[in-house]
Design a binder for this molecule. Structure first.
Ligand SMILES: Nc1ncnc2c1ncn2[C@@H]1O[C@H](COP(=O)(O)OP(=O)(O)OP(=O)(O)O)[C@@H](O)[C@H]1O
Length: 243
């Protein structure tokens, strides 16, 4: 039987329930021992916030297809689950334990973002506002954003960045910006907003996920890192990018 990190009484829509975070990383709520719903924290929970006695868990949940696609179907939607705690102590304890569990997952807390407004269909700014920003906010991730203003701007900025300030760099772009930032010894995440988006398509495909901005943000903030070789070969006037 799974043991508990924390288990306490809460109200859901005014009805008594028990909310339990188990050591296997599931957050479940129960009616007299019967499971009503559970969330897999590592895969689905972005973060939480409090207001008074209310604890709001923010998650990304798989559903049917809707929204933006660059290939495949969008099937992740943001959802909030609200629990009313029965006392200050109970709320404090629940928050402390849930936060401790999320912290143990090694997710990034501070990011630097490149957004290339001229990549692909010139929709990177819109993709950032509609698909990236809300998720970063739900996950309580701080970020600094830099729109690229000209060719090789990302490369220039990357070289002068104080990398100690960031846990990673996200590129809301195609492969071009990724390659400009790739020499950095810092984890890179890509949110597809270019023309080909070859790198992020193949990374998401390798784990059976469709290539959408939401899937890409979730994969990047879950903090699973993988080493990749990226090389640029110059031949006369032609540049080849090998990855
Ligand atoms: N403001 C800008 N004006 C002009 N070019 C820019 C600007 N910002 C970035 N760039 C250049 O745009 C190039 C392409 O960027 P990006 O990879 O994001 O899009 P893409 O080429 O459409 O996508 P993909 O590489 O996936 O096919 C990069 O080489 C970058 O240097």
């Amino acid at each position: 039987m799974e043991s508990h990190i924390v288990s306490d009484e809460v109200l859901v829509n005014g009805v008594k329930r028990s909310l339990t975070l188990s050591t296997d990383g599931t957050l479940g709520w129960f009616d007299r021992g019967e499971l009503l719903r559970r969330l897999f924290v590592e895969k689905e929970v972005l973060g939480f916030s409090t207001a008074g006695h209310l604890l709001t868990i923010r998650a990304l949940i798989k559903t049917g297809g809707d929204g933006f696609v660059c290939s495949g179907r969008e099937s992740l939607v943001r959802r909030s689950f609200v629990f009313e705690s029965v006392s200050d102590d109970s709320l404090r304890n629940l928050c402390e334990k849930i936060e401790g569990y999320i912290d143990s997952l090694g997710r990034p807390k501070k990011l630097f973002l490149f957004v290339n407004p001229y990549g692909g269909k010139k929709s990177a700014s819109k993709i950032f506002t509609s698909h990236v920003k809300p998720i970063l906010e739900d996950a309580n991730i701080e970020y600094t954003i830099q729109e690229t203003k000209y060719q090789l701007h990302a490369k220039e900025v990357s070289r002068s960045l104080d990398l100690t300030k960031y846990d990673g760099i996200f590129c809301v772009s195609g492969d071009g910006i990724l390659v400009e930032a790739a020499a950095l010894k810092t984890p890179l995440g890509v949110i597809p907003a270019g023309t080909g988006n070859g790198m992020i398509k193949s990374l998401l495909d390798s784990v059976g996920e469709p290539c959408t901005p939401t899937h890409a943000v979730l994969a990047a903030i879950r903090g699973h890192k993988r080493s990749l070789d990226v090389a640029t070969i110059w031949q006369g006037e032609t540049i080849f990018i090998v990855s």
